[in-house]
Design a protein around this ligand. Structure first.
Ligand SMILES: Cc1cc2nc3c(=O)[nH]c(=O)nc-3n(C[C@H](O)[C@H](O)[C@H](O)COP(=O)(O)OP(=O)(O)OC[C@H]3O[C@@H](n4cnc5c(N)ncnc54)[C@H](O)[C@@H]3O)c2cc1C
Length: 216
């Protein structure tokens, strides 16, 4: 684990309020699914962000939603190439045991930027058998969906009938019960995680097969 200043390579706007923050990697090492603390230099304020990029990429990339009135995320959005940010990490146990990749199916269920660690998983583990159920408000929040193999990404949008599924991830799961044998990773909003956890347990899926990461 290390702490250091990293130069901003760029900010790519994905929607009006969500962007990818690209930083120089330097000598940072991490496990897919881990997060970093990121903050503006000399502010002593930082927030956790999960790696969006893979363990193989030359740069660190994060998927960030700008929270209105937030202390950190609006400032990150204003960064310019060449600016510096403090990066501390990596942290966290929201990771996949590589030994489980062959022979197991993985369900990744998340809301909003909670898809970030799943993007990292998909890009980091070759041959991963996965399905992503991603809850958003609108279909244009299906960030980088072309990065996922055909048929493996389902966008559930609550306010958009053009999405793969119009409704919440919980409604999708009730209509399309997932298999008992898969390993489940849930990430994002706490209420969604609690609701999905209950649905999976009702399906007799063991709690040992459910790994969670609460963003807020
Ligand atoms: C382990 C972990 C990993 C995380 N990874 C990411 C990530 O990859 N991308 C990302 O965008 N965020 C991520 N977050 C959330 C992030 O750390 C901040 O909480 C978020 O950016 C808001 O920080 P802020 O300083 O702008 O707002 P603050 O001043 O901290 O708070 C503003 C309010 O917004 C709420 N809030 C926080 N996040 C959201 C959200 N996404 N949508 C709606 N309300 C929210 C908070 O609960 C708080 O009430 C992660 C959090 C954790 C714990």
């Amino acid at each position: 684990m290390r702490r250091g200043l990293h130069k901003v390579i760029g900010i790519d706007l994905l929607t009006d309020h969500t962007f990818s923050l690209r930083l120089e990697r330097k000598d940072v090492t991490f496990l897919a699914g881990q997060c970093f603390n990121i903050g503006l230099p000399d502010t002593a304020v930082n927030r956790e962000y999960s790696s969006y990029s893979s363990v193989f990429d030359d740069e660190l990339q994060f998927l960030v939603r700008e929270i209105e009135g937030g202390q950190v995320s609006p400032k990150l959005k204003l960064l310019k190439p060449g600016d510096s940010v403090e990066v501390d990490g990596a942290y966290g146990l929201f990771t996949i045991d590589p030994a489980l990749v062959p022979g197991h199916s993985f369900y990744f269920i998340g809301t909003g930027t909670g898809i970030a660690p799943f993007h990292c998983f998909v890009k980091s583990f070759r041959g991963l058998d996965y399905k992503i159920i991603h809850g958003t408000r609108y279909a244009n929040e299906a960030y980088n969906r072309l990065d996922y193999s055909k048929g493996r990404y389902i966008n559930c949008a609550t306010r958009d009938k053009t999405a793969d599924f119009n409704g919440r991830v919980t409604e999708y799961l009730l209509a399309n019960p997932p298999p008992q044998s898969a390993i489940y990773y849930l990430c994002g909003n706490r209420n969604m995680i609690n609701d999905v956890y209950d649905i999976l347990r009702e399906l007799d899926i063991s709690s040992s097969q459910i790994i969670t990461e609460v963003f807020f």
